[in-house]
Design a protein around this ligand. Structure first.
Ligand SMILES: C[S@@+](CC[C@H](N)C(=O)[O-])C[C@H]1O[C@@H](n2cnc3c(N)ncnc32)[C@H](O)[C@@H]1O
Length: 238
């Protein structure tokens, strides 16, 4: 890792603390984000993920890591649809999110792993997964932290593995983007809205040789565009 790829743990810890305070509070916006992370909210917020099995021709051999797993709704939906041989793993920096995820679990025997940790220092061995998801998280990361996330995602992917990253993106209209950023900052300050091209460039700078516009759609709510990329680790690379 070169010096300019260094992420700032202090900055991230501050962000994490903001999330923790927000998710656990009784404010209206905290109720709202908890709803967005639940079954109905996720169907509206993450509709294209419900077609991922068909779109990526996924099967039971998927070894899934969901970074920023929230309440675990998407992770469980995919695990149920694929009947994965190996239980998926969901990572989140927020203990409150992980508590909500554990409370939502209807089948504790499944033993889906819920792990507290940072997206930029993944506590997993090299090559542990063949599919990594990361939804609505990267707006909270500065460029250096996002590069660190990509480097970590590439490390934990086995050769041939894929990662799908999606996030609120810019509209191309400055005033509207400023308005959207304000709406998204009710709990966590200064979200960064990046285009698909910017996400691809940062992934390439971090070592990914395969990057594509994943063009996930339609996202139903909230009415803010999304940017999404599919990146992978072709076999035969170091
Ligand atoms: C808006 S929620 C997204 C939930 C779900 N993945 C989705 O797509 O809707 C973002 C989640 O990312 C977590 N998060 C934010 N920054 C993180 C970081 N640096 N490392 C790990 N998790 C983080 C938050 O605690 C929160 O649960």
């Amino acid at each position: 890792m070169t010096a300019h790829h260094h992420s700032d743990p202090g900055q991230q810890a501050k962000r994490a603390a903001e999330y923790e305070r927000w998710l656990g509070s009784s404010s209206l916006s905290a109720r709202s984000i908890r709803w967005w992370m639940g079954p109905l909210g996720q169907w509206f917020a993450n509709a294209p993920l419900y077609r991922l099995k068909a779109n990526l021709k996924l099967d039971r051999t998927v070894r899934l890591l969901d970074i920023g797993v929230g309440r675990g709704t998407v992770m469980r939906m995919l695990d149920d649809a694929l009947e994965c041989d190996r239980a998926p793993v969901g990572l989140d920096v927020s203990r409150t999110a992980l508590r909500l995820a554990a409370a939502d679990e209807e089948n504790p025997d499944r033993g889906a792993g819920l792990v507290q940790g940072s997206a930029t220092a993944l506590p997993f061995a090299d090559g542990s997964f063949n599919l990594v998801l990361c939804g609505h998280l990267v707006k909270h990361l500065e460029d250096d932290d996002l590069r660190a996330l990509f480097i970590e995602v590439r490390r934990v992917l086995e050769p041939g593995g894929l990662a799908l990253i999606w996030e609120f993106g810019p509209t191309g209209h400055r005033a509207l983007d400023a308005w959207n950023a304000r709406r998204l900052s009710s709990g966590v300050r200064h979200p960064r809205l990046r285009s698909t091209n910017t996400l691809r460039r940062l992934a390439e700078e971090s070592g990914f040789t395969f990057t594509r516009d994943a063009d996930l759609r339609p996202f139903l709510l909230p009415p803010i565009p999304r940017a999404s990329i599919l990146i992978g680790r072709p076999p035969g690379e170091d």
